[in-house]
Design a protein around this ligand. Structure first.
Ligand SMILES: Cc1ncc(COP(=O)(O)O)c(C=O)c1O
Length: 443
């Protein structure tokens, strides 16, 4: 698959070398640059996932909670999955009503937070009960106000792209483990609480077959324990290929499987279940590019490496350090010539060699090319000059949102959206030093 045709950086998008160079001139690097065309296409694709009795897609806003992106995505008909009360508030401040938001959280809101949560639920927020304590906290209120609740179950089997992204097995504290189902049933029976949604999220970016197996597991849980459930939420986690040698989950195929299983469930039980999913990565990962400038070059001797030093690194894209994730590199000269792309190395005539991309942080782990144990893995790419651009692809999800902000007092980069009409729109300003310091207090 080529990710670079006729000057376009991705086969499905609008991103070009020209727009990248223009953005780097208009806003100083580093910049997160997002392709609206890709995001809209992804929303369309996911909404067309086959289903038996209706589908609600919730964008997992933890992937990228920029206000403009939340607006763009929800305007296309997606709802939201949020992980904290603050995320709910953030979405609400972006103009999204509570009835389009679900809260799935490790938090146990108390005091003012609890009051806030209750009023949000009264205004339509879906609360996903994730622990026995949360169940105790909310049951009476829910029954009194006739608000059905969702419940997150840990099925005991999960899958993630790395061990740290598996949220469905015994090593994971997310949701109420199936081992505790008796306590849930007891509470439901005692209080008359209505559970109308069963939710399982087994992890992020894992084997699609495990995602498919979870459909059966979750339907079985629903059939055995939740007679009032009307919605089965299968979670997010679709694997997106960021690198040329990776492959994405086939959501049409997964949807077709789910549709069959939901139909069989109906034939068996007479119950028509609505399907829910909540992808984050799938919607935004490949829409994002981190645009950096080459600041310096170094060499660590004949048995060492050629280093390219960029004006962004682990503080702006932490995923390589955190997970050993790989992101594709594109090298673009100052005047907009594509010098190398990891998607088209065979057709590149420039001086390709194995090099190491590092950032500005005072950390040996500040490299964009690490394996999962933190070893540096050199990558084949052109030899850029100081001032050229290195573009790091696949950085729309869990990069701006999950970066090590302000380490070494480095500023959060600006976020820019390449609109469908080719215009560049600033959607978050670059942070300034005053903003880093504003909450500090003199001794
Ligand atoms: C409950 C829940 N839903 C959805 C997601 C989104 O996962 P992904 O970005 O892999 O689609 C996550 C990610 O951690 C999650 O915890």
């Amino acid at each position: 698959m080529s990710h670079w045709k006729n000057g376009h950086i991705a086969p499905f998008g609008n991103m070009t070398t020209e727009s990248i160079v223009k953005a780097s001139g208009q806003f100083s690097t580093p910049i997160y640059l997002y392709d609206e065309t890709v995001i809209l296409q992804k929303c369309k694709d996911v909404l067309s996932m086959p289903n038996a009795h209706g589908l609600t897609v919730r964008y997992a806003m933890k992937a990228n909670a920029n206000r403009a992106l939340l607006q763009l995505i929800t305007e296309r008909g997606l709802h939201l999955d949020s992980s904290t009360l603050n995320e709910v508030c953030r979405a609400h401040r972006a103009g999204i009503t509570y009835d389009k938001i679900m809260l799935t959280s490790q938090e146990v809101p108390l005091g003012k937070d609890r009051e806030d949560l209750e009023s949000m639920i009264l205004e339509g927020l879906t609360y996903n009960i994730c622990s026995l304590q949360q169940l105790d906290l909310i049951a009476e209120f829910a029954v009194l106000n006739q608000k059905p609740m969702s419940i997150r179950i840990n099925p005991g089997v999960g899958a993630g792209e790395s061990v740290t992204r598996n949220t469905g097995d015994k090593y994971s504290s997310f949701g109420i483990h199936l081992a505790n189902i008796d306590k849930v049933i007891q509470k439901v029976n005692e209080t008359g609480l209505v559970i109308n949604q069963v939710h399982v999220h087994i992890g992020s970016g894992g084997d699609p077959e495990m995602w498919r197996d979870n459909i059966d597991r979750e339907l079985e849980i629903t059939e055995n324990y939740f007679p009032n459930a009307k919605i089965v939420n299968l979670g997010g986690g679709f694997k997106e290929a960021r690198m040329p040698d990776e492959s994405s989950a086939d959501i049409q195929e997964l949807g077709a499987y789910a549709k069959t299983r939901f139909e069989e469930f109906e034939n068996r039980t007479g119950r028509k279940l609505h399907m829910g999913i909540e992808p984050g990565t799938y919607i935004v990962a490949n829409a994002g590019y981190l645009i950096t400038s080459v600041m310096d070059e170094k060499w660590s001797g004949p048995t060492g490496f050629e280093f390219i030093i960029l004006d962004a690194g682990m503080e702006s894209n932490t995923r390589p350090l955190l997970y050993g994730s790989r992101h594709p590199f594109y090298v673009i000269s100052k005047d907009g010539k594509l010098l190398s792309s990891e998607f088209d190395l065979n057709s590149m005539k420039s001086e390709l060699d194995f090099r190491v991309v590092v950032g500005r942080c005072c950390e040996s782990g500040d490299s964009q090319s690490l394996d999962y144990q933190g070893h540096i893995i050199p990558r084949n790419m052109a030899d850029p000059s100081v001032g050229d651009l290195v573009v790091i692809g696949g950085t729309g999800a869990y990069c701006a949102a999950m970066s090590l902000k302000n380490y070494n007092s480095l500023l959060q980069p600006a976020e820019v959206l390449l609109r469908e009409n080719g215009k560049l729109q600033l959607i978050r300003k670059q942070q300034n030093l005053d903003q880093i310091l504003e909450n500090e207090i003199d001794i």
